[in-house]
Design a protein around this ligand. Structure first.
Ligand code: BGC
Length: 854
């Protein structure tokens, strides 16, 4: 295997490359495909280009492209909504207000910066990241809107862009300015509604916000869930506003009527007053599983989204089948027709299943399959077959430590949202069946009261649909438990040797070399190990692995890891000094494109590394488009190759448990199947390119950002498996990501990073994970993390301690010496790491990771 020679990555040219131009087109397409049209009355949308628009709100000119922290991308430009609408030929009548907004914004940014530096000194002991992340920037509302002037401006419609910023290491607050609108914003919206008959609300926030105010203003005739759309957001919005693109996004979360309607609203994170213990008392009833089961009315249901056209979904067949992977399944075949007269559009067909309420209580319905149509012209029909693997209907029995299907009648629902789904068939399973026999993992150390639905009420609901199905004589089939296979998991023993070239290398390495390979490269860190700073060969990359085994005969490359998920996170520029060494800038250059750093004179030749800022995870998932995700993955991998990055620290796929989680924007959904499918598609895309891999994260139960390193997620094994591990399981089984990253938090008293159950039993033994596992950054060295050690990672099967610190080396060496760590445990970890490194794009003959599993 021949190692590739590393050069300086990026370009000295300031011209936009063809790759940048091509990728901008895809970023724009992806954004437009994910926006959800929540409301469209009085034929508000689309608007003809040329229409005069009164445009207001913080996000109009300072459109937020994504969240802060490691999920931020240092890209070349952002098209704001103001420019996007102008580019599309709309006439904006509120130019003065928008220009005025900008100067107020700049002042607010400067005060914010000053506050961060004050905190840095006075409260945060010099820890910039702490000061920065716990002081989220609050978008100023701007000047009041003059309703009289607006009335007279000749605009036919008003647009108000509500904007919020969030990021890692801090949860959001259910307060005005965050979850709620402020009085200033309310007054502006009221003025807009006074001035214009039709007002479009654009929601430019990473997570959900309160929309109850929209009920008070009947002139808000359209609402668009824009989320945060990457560098082409403004153009993409204009595409939808103008009707060039028909909206086809669907909600990946339930939008409640009131924050307090979320089942964990009162005790989530800081709300309980205790950020150390997080009791998952809602159990499996997360998101729509709660609202649908407990009959709590919602504002917009899971899976919901409007179009400019209408579709008819006709069920043509419901029957059992064996899937192409040879798995027992059932399929629903549909003909989807665009029955509108004017607009082409795409529809998302969703299958939900009601499982029998047996010994285990269950959610009323769960998503089991979905498909998006191609672009259908008016009158055009597409036939789709949606296949549900029966395993996705299983529930986890704690009593039996097994995934099982319970006997009874299963109802099959189909629709273009959960709220619109109709029953289309059912089947009977003759008796209980264990599909997978496991062992227990992550035991609860204390009693936890979980919410339970009213069994009688649920049975009534169940009987009602069964009767309806009988009356309608809906398709019916039987499944015989004896025809379904049972798998029994074999949990691995420690091995003396491992197979293949990686196994041979590990056998020959010295203990020191093994220890070095168990962590990222501390020499590259130089004390700046927070996000986006520990890579030097490719400035702005998050870390690199060591080169101790790069020599012959091992040829184990040092590989580069860079963040995501909204693109590839590198510094936008660096310099090469006269002696050929790289000046990647200092720590502060890594944040917000260097906004906090003092301007410096160039010390050498400037290299640019412009990567594409794509929409945030939630917006991507709202597309429900797996092909699009795959294409985006390929696009990102192209940039990874250009910048010599092997592992992308993305996609993020933790579950949306509560809308206040500061990092929800990076993640996909409240539903594990949807999250798992999206991560699979993204991974398949990235890994179809030789030498590139994804790192699915944060595994697992990373649902809160306040005290993220010290918070303990306390939950039942069933909830853990059915809700919080499920998406990871799906991504691994479908796509074999090259890597995964553990989360900072503890799970039932054990750090995820140090949990053998999480890293080895679940990921490897149960799901067959073949790649390498790594810690999140500084999990083992940050004092707020408490007892989480590098040696503990090796024991758990957490292969790479990141970004790497000499204290980690000491921890592993000490544990080997005192016998608490077996050298075979260390070798097992290094084997996993070497195995993926050998597949890296650092070799001239890299083969796509995907191909190796064909
Ligand atoms: C984040 C990770 C990220 C890492 C490296 C951490 O703060 O939690 O998601 O990949 O930094 O930048």
């Amino acid at each position: 295997m021949k190692l590739r020679k590393r050069g300086y990555v990026g370009t000295t040219s300031t011209e936009m490359s063809q790759r940048e131009k091509d990728n901008a087109i895809l970023a724009r397409e992806a954004a437009a495909e994910g926006f959800v049209l929540l409301k469209n009355e009085a034929q508000t949308l689309p608007l003809k280009p040329g229409t005069k628009i009164g445009l207001y709100g913080a996000g109009a000119v300072r459109t937020i492209k994504g969240g802060t922290g490691s999920g931020d991308v240092n890209n070349r430009y952002n098209v704001n909504i103001y420019d996007g609408l102008k580019n599309a030929g709309f006439e904006i009548t509120s130019g003065d207000w928008l220009d005025g907004y900008d100067s107020g914004y700049m002042q607010a940014r400067e005060s914010w910066k000053a506050e961060i530096f004050r905190k840095l000194k006075e409260e945060c002991n010099g820890n910039f990241f702490e000061a920065y992340s716990t002081t989220p920037f609050s978008m100023p509302a701007g000047e009041p809107v003059d309703a009289e002037a607006a009335k007279a401006d000749g605009a036919e419609v008003g647009i108000y862009v509500l904007a919020r910023i969030a990021g890692e290491n801090a949860d959001r607050r259910d307060e005005p300015g965050d979850y709620y609108i402020t009085e200033e914003e309310r007054a502006q919206i009221a003025a807009l509604c006074e001035a214009y008959e039709k007002v479009i609300l654009v929601v430019n926030t990473g997570g959900l916000i309160d929309l109850a105010f929209t009920d008070e203003f009947s002139n808000i005739t359209a609402i668009l869930q824009f989320v945060q759309a990457g560098q082409e957001g403004g153009n993409a919005l204009a595409d939808v506003i103008s009707g060039k693109v028909t909206p086809s996004g669907k909600m990946t979360d339930t939008w409640a009527l009131d924050y307090m309607d979320y089942p964990n609203a009162a005790y989530f994170s800081h709300k309980s007053g205790d950020v150390y213990r997080e009791e998952y008392r809602e159990g499996i009833y997360v998101g729509y599983r709660y609202f649908d089961t407990f009959d709590v009315p919602v504002r917009y249901s899971f899976g919901y989204g409007l179009s400019y056209t209408d579709f008819d979904i006709k069920v043509t067949d419901v029957s059992k089948k064996i899937s192409s992977k040879g798995r027992p399944s059932f399929s629903v075949s549909v003909d989807v027709t665009n029955i509108g007269a004017t607009y082409s559009g795409k529809e998302v067909v969703q299958v939900y299943v009601s499982c029998p309420q047996g010994k285990l209580h269950k959610e009323f319905r769960r998503l089991t399959a979905f498909e998006k149509t191609k672009l259908l012209a008016p009158g055009e029909t597409q036939s789709l077959e949606l296949i549900t693997d029966l395993y996705h209907l299983a529930s986890y029995s704690e009593e039996q430590a097994a995934w099982m299907l319970e006997e009874g009648i299963y109802g099959i629902w189909i629709g273009n949202s959960l709220s619109e789904a109709v029953l289309c068939g059912r089947f009977r399973l003759n008796e209980d069946k264990i599909l997978v026999q496991c062992e227990h993992i992550c035991p609860l150390k204390e009693k936890l009261e979980e919410v339970q639905p009213d069994k009688e009420k649920l049975e009534e609901k169940q009987n009602a649909w069964i009767q309806e199905a009988n009356k309608e004589q809906l398709p019916y089939f039987r499944i015989w438990a004896e025809n379904l296979p049972t798998a029994t998991i074999i949990y691995q023993e420690l091995q003396d040797h491992y197979p293949g070239r990686a196994g041979e290398i590990v056998d020959q390495l010295s203990t020191d070399e093994l220890i070095a390979l168990a962590t990222g490269d501390p020499a590259k860190d130089q004390g700046a190990s927070a996000l986006g700073s520990a890579g030097q060969t490719v400035p702005g990359a998050a870390a690199e692995t060591v080169n101790v085994a790069e020599k012959d005969p091992y040829n184990v490359a040092s590989i580069v890891l860079a963040d995501g998920p909204a693109g590839l996170r590198l510094r936008s520029e660096y310099q090469v000094r006269e002696d050929g060494s790289i000046d990647g800038g200092d720590f502060l250059d890594g944040f917000e494109n260097g906004y906090f750093a003092e301007p410096k004179e160039p010390t050498g030749t400037v290299y640019h590394q412009y990567c594409t800022a794509i929409p945030v995870g939630t917006l991507l998932a709202q597309s429900w488009n797996l092909d699009l995700m795959k294409k985006l993955g390929q696009m990102i991998a192209g940039e990874m190759n250009e910048f010599e990055v092997t592992l992308w620290l993305a996609p993020g796929m933790s579950l949306h448990r509560n809308p206040l989680c500061g990092r929800n924007f990076e993640y996909y959904s409240e539903d594990p199947l949807l999250a798992g499918m999206m991560a699979s598609a993204m991974t398949l895309g990235v890994q179809s390119v030789p030498g590139c891999g994804t790192t699915i994260k944060h595994y697992a139960c990373n649902n809160q950002e306040d005290n993220r390193m010290g918070s303990d997620s306390i939950l039942s094994e069933r909830t853990l498996r059915e809700i919080y591990l499920k998406g990871f399981e799906i991504a691994i089984c479908n796509a074999q990501p090259m890597a995964m990253m553990t989360s900072y938090n503890l799970i039932n008293g054990v750090h995820a990073a140090n949990s053998y159950d999480i890293c080895t039993k679940a990921a490897r033994d149960e799901w067959g994970f073949e790649g390498a596992i790594m810690t999140d950054w500084t999990t083992t060295t940050d004092s707020t993390a408490g007892e989480c050690t590098a040696a503990g990672c090796m024991k758990a099967g957490n292969d790479m301690v990141m970004p790497g610190d000499i204290r980690d080396h000491a921890s592993i060496r000490q544990a080997l010496e005192d016998g608490s760590l077996d050298i075979r445990e260390l070798k097992r970890c290094v084997y996993h790491t070497v195995k993926i490194i050998l597949q890296s794009n650092q070799y001239e003959d890299a083969v796509s990771y995907e191909d190796q599993f064909k």
